[in-house]
Design a protein around this ligand. Structure first.
Ligand SMILES: [Zn+2]
Length: 374
């Protein structure tokens, strides 16, 4: 069941499951392929399956061991990535030992996010390389006796970030494999790794995520409208990371365009209203306009929730909605929402777009001030 967290990659999943089933797990793997396609995610699920108390080729997801992986707090599983070097840190020190509380917290925060979403791209400001002390930890930890059953798994994420010292240290570890230990290196830049490291790992190539798999994931797990999901999946070139970037850019731009339309409508300045109508209704893409109007509904609902909850406890992303309710505290928001719904219905009946938007601008203004006049 836990393999379900991986988008697509059926060939790779099958390969790893076969290794688990036949108990022929290699001592070291290199998961390689372009960025953002689920190499770390697969490494985490593989580590989970290797430590699950019940499942063989798939983790049960329910046992105490599986649960610990949910938070990446499993004593047998170490996640290694680029970290800062602490002040006065010397060779052999604990990799976190000389870091400040704040630096350790920022690392833990990244791990939390990774645990929550295994596709999360870890980013620690100014941490540019994987240091030798992080790699030395592998040797130290593998020599400790096992806390529980299962296998000790070390995931070296973006292994190309290892500096020369760290690479050489890893090479030594690979030359003397400890029993019950599995190393999983992930990289999108295989060529940057030492050939001697590559030759000691089982190479597992990851493909870009299938367009259909990515689109399905965006709909089912991220709640994206099917049409937008299909478009984003097409543009993302098989990368979850890129899909997320595209979505955030697109959504921000769309939101901004409807907020400007709303602003123009409330200004009662005909020239401004017509500029915004032209911008929003540009082209004859009725699907894009419908999406923008749905975004406007979302925005109005945000305003409604903000007003009901009062002023406190919300992020700055709602700033424009908050300003709106400050200015129009008695706006009839349900009626505004209804007029957007009417516009969408008219749009689907092929009514002339500038007419729909002119009418909508008028209705939005009326709903915003209506209660105040009454
Ligand atoms: Zn389990």
């Amino acid at each position: 069941m836990s393999w379900k967290r991986i988008i697509g990659q059926e060939r790779v999943k099958e390969l790893l499951r076969r290794a688990l089933k036949s108990r022929q797990v290699a001592h070291a793997y290199l998961f390689y392929g372009s960025a953002g396609i689920g190499k770390d995610a697969a490494a985490i699920e593989f580590a989970r399956a290797l430590n699950c108390e019940k499942g063989l080729d798939d983790a049960c997801g329910e046992c105490p061991s599986c649960k610990k992986v949910d938070s990446l707090h499993h004593p047998n599983i170490q996640f290694i990535c680029a970290l800062l070097v602490g002040k006065g840190e010397e060779k052999g020190d604990d990799p976190l030992g000389k870091l400040t509380d704040e630096q350790i917290e920022s690392f833990h925060e990244q791990l939390r996010q990774k645990a929550e979403n295994p596709y999360h791209r870890i980013s620690i400001p100014k941490a540019t390389f994987i240091k030798i002390n992080s790699i030395r930890e592998i040797k130290r930890q593998s020599s400790l006796s096992m806390f529980e059953g299962g296998k000790k798994v070390f995931i070296i994420s973006n292994a190309e970030d290892m500096n020369a010292e760290a690479s050489n240290s890893l090479l030594k570890t690979l030359e003397e494999p400890a029993s019950n230990t599995v190393l999983i290196l992930t990289t999108s830049q295989r060529d940057k790794l030492l050939p001697t490291i590559l030759s000691r790992c089982q190479l597992v190539q990851f493909d870009p995520i299938d367009e259909a798999d990515l689109s399905e994931h965006l709909i089912a797990r991220e709640g994206i409208e099917p049409e937008q999901a299909a478009l984003v999946a097409k543009l993302a070139e098989g990368s979850y990371d890129r899909a997320m970037d595209l979505l955030s850019v697109e959504i921000k731009a769309e939101r901004e365009s409807v907020v400007q339309f709303m602003r123009a409508a409330l200004s009662s300045k005909p020239s401004l209203i017509f500029t915004e109508i032209e911008k929003l209704g540009a082209g004859t893409d009725r699907t894009a306009l419908e999406r923008a109007l749905r975004m406007l509904q979302l925005w109005l609902r945000e305003a409604l929730v903000l007003r009901e909850r009062g002023q406190s406890g919300n992020g700055h992303e709602y700033e424009d909605a908050r300003r709106f309710i400050d200015r129009f505290p008695n706006a009839n928001l349900p009626s505004a929402l209804e007029s957007v719904e009417t516009s969408i219905a008219l749009l689907n009946k092929n009514v002339y777009i500038p007419l729909i938007l002119t009418n909508l601008a008028y209705e939005l203004k009326k709903s915003s001030v209506s209660e105040q006049l009454a």
